[in-house]
Design a binder for this molecule. Structure first.
Ligand code: HEM
Ligand code: SF4
Length: 543
C-alpha cells in the first residue's frame, strides 16, 4: 500500500481548508451556485436529483482496513447508512449535506484519502486490476505504475484543464480485469526479451460514441513509459475538440485523425518529451515499488478447504480465485444480493469487510470495476471462517460473473442526467433469475445497465447490455448483445426496438433461452452470440 509522505498530506489538508472556506462563503450567500460549481466539482461534489453526491477516490481500488472503516463511518454519520461502490473503483455517497462536505473531506484526509480529481476535465482516478499483487498471471504488480501515474497526474499543471475528463487503466496480465481498452489510455505491462515495458492503447471509452481503444504502441520500455504517456496527453491537449463537448474525448480525436497519424504525432512529441527527463530515476521507482512489496505470506500448510458445507462449496467455486502464493486465495465479495442495489454496502457491512481484511487479508481490500469488493490474500485455511462471517452479513452471494452480478448505474433514482431507472430493472432481473442453480447453468454472463447514453453502467461492454431511454416521456429499455470489457473487448449491438420495464426482463430471459438452445460445449453466452450472430436472438425477441 502506498502511504502519503508529508507533501501529499500537506496538499490534501490544505485543500480541505480551502474548500471549507469556499463552502462557508457559499452558505453565506457570498458566492453564487454558478461560481461555486467548479469549486465543488474539483472536490468531487456533484449536485444530483435529491441531494449532493460525493465521489471519493480509491486509487487503483486499493485500500486498507482503516480506510475502509472510514468509508463506513462517513456512510453512517453523513449519509443514510450506506455507500455506493462505482465502476471506476471509487465510492459515491448519495445523500450528502453541503455543510458536512468539508468535515467529510477532513475525515478522509486523516486516512490518506480525498475526492480531488474525481470530477472535472483532468486525469481521474487511475484504475487497475483488482487482483494486482495476488494474481498468478501478472508479470509485475501494476499498482506500482498506477501509483507513479497517480503522482504524476495529480495537479499536473499542463493537464488540469484537458478538453474532457481523462481515464487511465493499468494492467499487467493477459486477462483484462480492468476494462483497459475502454479507457482513454490503457496500459498493459508486458515482458519482452526479458525487459519490462508496456503496450499502450489509446482512445477507448463508452458514452455517446463508444470505442475500443486501438493499440498505439506495441512496446515501450518501462524506462520510457511515463514520457510516452505524457506525449499521448500532449497531443490530445493540443488538438482535442474543446469547441464541442460531444467530440471532446480523445477517442474522437483519434477516430478523426486515424490511429496511424495520432501515433506519428505522439512519436514526434515523445522525442521532445524524453529529453525533459521526467521518467523517474531507478531509486524513486524502487521507493514506490517498496510500498507494494508482497506481504509476509506463510508457507503453504497443504490443507485444502473443507467442502462439506454445500453452500460454502458453491461460494468457493464461484467467488474464490487462485492466488499466486500456494496456500492463499483471492476472495471476491459480491455486493449483488438478489433484491439489493448493485454496489451498495451498508456502514456495518463496510466495517465487517474492514475487520476481515485486517484479520485475514494482510489489511488489504480492493474495489473492483464490477462494483464488488476483494480480499486479495486469504489463507485457504481461513476461507470457511471468512465465508461464515460474510454470509451472516449478507455478503456471500455466490454469483460472481453470473447473470445476477449486475453492474448498474444509479439511474433515475439519483442521477440528474438519467432517462430511466436502472436499479429496479437490475432487481427485477436478479429476482427472475434468483435460483443460483439456474444462474450457474447459464454460466459467465455479464449484464450491465445504464440509465442514459453516458454509459456509467458500461452497457456497451455487457454480454447483455441494457440502456434506459426516454421515449415520449416514458421509460423504455434497449437491449444490446455481444459486448465485452475483458481482453476480448467488443462493443454490444442494439437488437432492435426497446421494451418497457417488464418487457425488458422477459427479453433477457428470451435471449438466455436462445443461448441455452444453441450453445456448444464450454461456450459462454458471449461465445455463442459471436458464433451464431444477432439473428437468432432477434428472431426470438421480435419474431
Ligand atoms: C454508480 C454511479 C456512477 C458510476 C459507476 C459512474 C461511472 C461512469 C463511467 C465509468 C463513465 C465512463 C464511460 C466512458 O468510458 O466514457 C461515466 C460517464 C459519465 N458519467 Fe458517470 N458514473 C456514475 C454516476 C454518475 C453521475 C451521478 C453523474 C452525474 C453527474 C455521472 C455523469 C456522467 C457523465 C456526464 C458521463 C459521460 C461522460 C462522457 O460522455 O464522456 N455519472 N460514468
Ligand atoms: S449512465 Fe446516465 S443515468 Fe447512469 S449514472 Fe451515468 S449519467 Fe447517470
Amino acid at each position: 500500500m502506498y502511504k502519503y509522505d508529508t507533501y501529499d498530506q500537506a496538499i490534501v489538508d490544505s485543500r480541505v481548508e480551502e474548500f471549507r472556506d469556499q463552502v462557508k462563503r457559499r452558505l453565506a450567500g457570498q458566492i453564487t451556485e454558478d461560481q461555486f460549481k467548479p469549486l465543488r466539482l474539483m472536490n468531487g461534489l456533484y449536485l444530483q436529483l435529491h441531494a449532493y453526491m460525493l465521489r471519493v477516490a480509491v486509487p487503483y481500488g486499493t485500500l486498507d482496513g482503516r480506510q475502509m472503516r472510514m468509508l463506513g463511518h462517513i456512510a453512517r454519520k453523513y449519509d443514510r447508512g450506506y455507500g455506493h461502490f462505482t465502476t471506476r473503483q471509487n465510492i459515491q455517497y448519495n445523500w450528502i449535506k453541503l455543510e458536512d462536505a468539508p468535515d467529510i473531506l477532513a475525515d478522509l484526509a486523516t486516512v490518506e484519502m480525498h475526492a480531488i480529481q474525481t470530477s472535472g476535465n483532468c486525469i481521474r482516478n487511475i484504475s487497475s486490476d483488482q487482483y494486482a499483487g495476488a494474481a498468478a498471471d501478472e508479470v509485475t504488480d501494476p499498482r506500482v505504475w498506477a501509483e507513479l501515474l497517480r503522482q504524476w497526474s495529480t495537479f499536473h499543471p499542463e493537464f488540469s484543464y484537458l478538453p474532457r475528463k481523462f481515464k487511465i487503466a493499468v494492467i499487467a496480465a493477459d486477462e483484462d480485469r480492468a476494462a483497459m481498452r475502454l479507457h482513454d489510455i490503457g496500459i498493459q505491462l508486458i515482458e519482452r526479451d526479458g525487459q519490462l515495458g508496456g503496450r499502450v492503447f489509446v482512445g477507448g471509452g463508452m458514452g455517446r460514441t463508444p470505442m475500443v481503444a486501438p493499440e498505439i504502441k506495441d512496446f515501450i520500455t518501462a524506462a520510457d513509459l511515463l514520457s510516452y504517456v505524457e506525449a499521448c496527453l500532449r497531443v490530445y491537449n493540443r488538438y482535442g475538440r474543446r469547441d464541442n463537448i460531444y467530440k471532446a474525448r480523445i477517442k474522437i480525436l483519434i477516430h478523426e485523425l486515424g490511429a496511424d497519424e495520432y501515433r506519428r504525432q505522439v512519436e514526434e512529441e515523445f522525442a521532445l518529451v524524453k529529453a525533459l527527463g521526467i521518467d523517474p530515476p531507478q531509486a524513486e521507482f524502487d521507493r514506490i515499488s517498496a510500498f507494494f512489496a508482497p506481504p509476509a505470506f506463510v508457507a503453504d500448510d497443504g490443507v485444502a478447504a473443507d467442502r462439506s458445507d454445500p453452500d460454502f462449496a458453491v461460494w468457493l467455486d464461484q467467488n474464490v480465485k487462485p492466488h499466486k502464493q500456494p496456500g492463499y486465495a483471492i476472495v471476491n465479495i459480491s455486493l449483488k444480493p438478489t433484491a439489493g442495489i448493485p454496489g451498495d454496502a451498508s456502514a456495518d457491512q463496510i466495517d465487517l469487510m474492514a475487520d476481515l481484511a485486517e484479520r485475514y487479508s494482510f489489511d488489504e481490500l480492493r474495489v473492483t470495476h464490477a462494483q464488488n469488493i476483494v480480499l486479495p490474500h486469504v489463507r485457504t485455511a481461513d476461507l470457511y471462517t471468512v465465508w461464515q462471517a460474510l454470509d451472516a452479513a449478507g455478503l456471500a452471494p455466490a454469483n460472481l460473473d453470473l447473470i445476477s452480478d449486475i453492474i448498474a448505474c444509479p439511474g433515475l433514482d439519483y442521477c440528474s442526467l438519467a432517462n430511466a431507472r436502472s436499479i429496479p430493472i437490475a432487481q427485477k432481473i436478479a429476482e427472475r433469475f434468483a435460483d443460483l442453480g439456474r444462474q450457474r447453468e447459464l454460466g459467465e454472463l455479464k449484464l450491465k445497465i445504464s440509465g442514459c447514453i453516458n454509459a456509467c453502467g458500461h452497457h456497451h461492454a455487457g454480454h447483455i447490455g441494457i440502456l434506459g431511454v426516454d421515449k415520449k416521456g416514458t421509460e423504455n429499455y434497449q437491449l444490446l448483445l455481444g459486448g465485452s470489457g475483458a481482453e476480448d473487448a467488443s462493443l454490444a449491438r442494439i437488437t432492435g426496438p426497446g421494451f418497457d420495464e417488464d418487457g425488458i426482463v422477459d427479453a433477457v430471459e428470451k435471449v438466455t433461452n436462445v443461448y441455452l438452445a444453441s450453445r456448444e460445449d464450454g461456450e459462454r453466452f458471449l461465445d455463442t452470440y459471436r458464433r451464431v450472430g444477432l439473428d437468432p436472438f432477434k428472431e426470438a425477441l421480435y419474431g
